[in-house]
Design a protein around this ligand. Structure first.
Ligand code: ZN
Length: 243
């Protein structure tokens, strides 16, 4: 069984389309949120995700911001400009799709959260310290998170309960049978781990394996559209370097 796990598409349809093609046939799609924000294609991304069969979809902080009356003060200036533009652009149907989404879901073996299981909308798991706290806030053996835009894995040792960051190579499947895991598939539309390729992962809930993946997409084409729309130039520049 193949489940496509993706996160932080951020209105980058070119990257999303490339990821869907690269993943090939899958049995389900689990999206960890932040469909919108930053990029040029909010409607196209939400419509494409909505149409996927066997979809589980979380709401990220950017999705919450556009689909509610939430003040945008917590976002930095450039992120706020994009969010205001997207709030205006998104159709009523797409906003209605985003609004009721949960930001945390508990399944049999896996907990899904946008940020962390402690604070699903806002907390970043960026190091062993936050990973250690996060392991206390879910009961399943596995937790998938997004939000940091960094493809990463943390393992809790079944005996000592110590936490280690694990470097997984894209394209290689990791068994999840031993210990407990926090796994981040990385960001489809705005990677921040200095690798500009779109990031995602394949999860097999029967074999219990996780395979992080990276795929090259047409960054220049997305940058051009961000420029043409007059959206903040920083959001175009960062795509080429992955920050
Ligand atoms: Zn994000």
């Amino acid at each position: 069984m193949r489940i496509l796990v993706l996160s932080d598409i951020h209105s980058n349809y070119t990257a999303l389309e490339t990821v869907l093609k690269d993943a090939g046939a899958v049995d389900a799609i689990w999206c960890l949120g932040d469909l919108v924000g930053y990029g040029p294609d909010p409607n196209l991304v939400v419509e494409t995700i909505r149409q996927q069969p066997n979809l589980l979809c979380l709401k990220g902080n950017h999705d919450a911001a556009v689909s509610s009356e939430m003040g945008l003060d917590t976002f930095n200036g450039d992120a706020r400009i994009s969010l205001l533009w997207q709030r205006r652009m998104l159709t009523a149907e797409n906003l209605e799709f985003l609004r009721p989404l949960p930001s945390l879901l508990k399944l049999e073996k896996v907990t899904l959260s946008h940020g962390s299981p402690r604070d699903p909308l806002w907390e970043y798991i960026l190091n062993t310290f936050t990973a250690r706290i996060s392991f206390e806030f879910f009961e399943t053996p596995i937790c998938f998170v997004g939000h940091s835009h960094i493809q990463s894995a943390y393992l809790q040792d079944p005996n000592t309960h110590s936490i280690t960051p694990v470097i997984l190579r894209p394209g290689q499947a990791q068994s999840l049978r031993e210990g407990r895991w926090i796994l981040n598939p990385g960001s489809v539309g705005q990677p921040r781990d200095r690798d500009p390729r779109a990031a995602y992962a394949l999860f097999d809930p029967e074999a219990l394996t996780w395979e992080p993946r990276r795929v090259v997409y047409d960054v220049a084409e997305v940058q051009e559209r961000i420029r043409k729309l007059g959206l903040p130039i920083k959001h175009a520049l960062r795509l080429a370097e992955g920050w």
